[in-house]
Design a protein around this ligand. Structure first.
Ligand code: ZN
Length: 283
């Protein structure tokens, strides 16, 4: 399928019992989950029975699975305790990702805190994140996917060109990829709603990191205008990006085979409508 469409699903109650059931109700063709509290540092072991059910069902139903790592992770932090926890948390998400058959683990690119220069923060990204990439030696290990942010504060990566230095810091590792969040990149100043705005942004991304690095798309509309540096997701077509750029997205050569996952408001009803709308735009 050119672009499987799915959503981020809740998993309280079990990956399979709750998560898969929710995905089926959405008509999802791809599914993203948390494997830990996204606002905490805990590294839960998970349930082998739920893992197996989830993994087997995803395979049987050709659902691609993706993990989103916790939000607190910041490899650019000037606080050593935060960096140490970030390493443990991301290592945990990567291991859990493999256990549940996920194809990729999404992590936010973080920010340079404490007034430290960006270069210093990127050096730390290299020292602490690169070893985690080197640990991905199993054939079924997930990709590590960098997700840029809306460009708040001292963000290390928000515009397409910012992926360049970040990729360089990580030696353009073969297990490294990108998760493009349409709301974030719009908030960072890429006008996806302008004529050829989406295609042009994707072209820039390819020019920066090369072909084949874009593995996943977080398909979210934006409640705020372009360049607002605000991370407020809207339902597809109900925000300042609008429907058309998503159609354009699914026509670009770089997105061939790349799944779209929604992280939009509105509960199950809103999610079902967004999945349906994206499938319609896919044609
Ligand atoms: Zn996202």
């Amino acid at each position: 399928m050119r672009n499987p469409v799915g959503g981020h699903v809740p998993v309280a109650g079990g990956l399979a019992t709750t998560g898969l059931a929710y995905a089926r109700e959405l008509g999802a063709e791809a599914v993203q989950v948390f494997v830990a509290n996204p606002r905490g540092w805990a590294t839960p072991v998970g349930s082998p029975a739920q893992d197996e059910l989830f993994r087997a069902a995803c395979e049987a139903e050709s659902l691609s699975a993706w993990v989103h790592a916790p939000y607190l992770i910041n490899f650019g932090s000037h606080t050593e305790a935060t960096v140490e926890r970030s390493v443990e948390s991301l290592r945990h998400s990567l291991r859990r990702g493999r256990e549940i058959g996920a194809r990729g683990v999404v992590v936010h690119t973080g920010s340079a805190t404490g007034g430290r220069p960006r270069e210093e923060a990127l050096t730390q990204v290299r020292e602490r994140m690169l070893p985690l990439l080197d640990e991905l030696t199993h054939a079924d290990d997930p990709f590590l996917l960098l997700e840029s942010t809306a460009g708040q504060g001292f963000s290390l990566c928000s515009r397409a060109e910012d992926f360049g230095p970040y990729f360089d810091a990580l030696d353009r590792h073969p297990k490294l990829g990108i998760c493009l969040d349409t709301c974030h990149i719009f908030a960072a100043g890429h006008d996806l709603a302008a004529p050829r705005g989406m295609a042009g942004t994707l072209d820039e991304l390819v020019a920066t990191v090369g072909e084949g690095r874009l593995k996943l798309i977080h398909a979210n509309d934006s409640k705020d205008v372009v360049g607002a540096h605000k991370d407020r997701h809207a339902n597809i077509g109900a925000g300042h990006i609008g429907e058309e750029p998503f159609r354009e997205l699914m026509r670009h050569p770089e997105t061939d085979g790349v799944p779209l996952v929604i992280e939009t408001p509105g509960g199950k009803e809103g999610h079902t409508a967004d999945v349906e709308r994206l499938k319609k735009l896919r044609g």
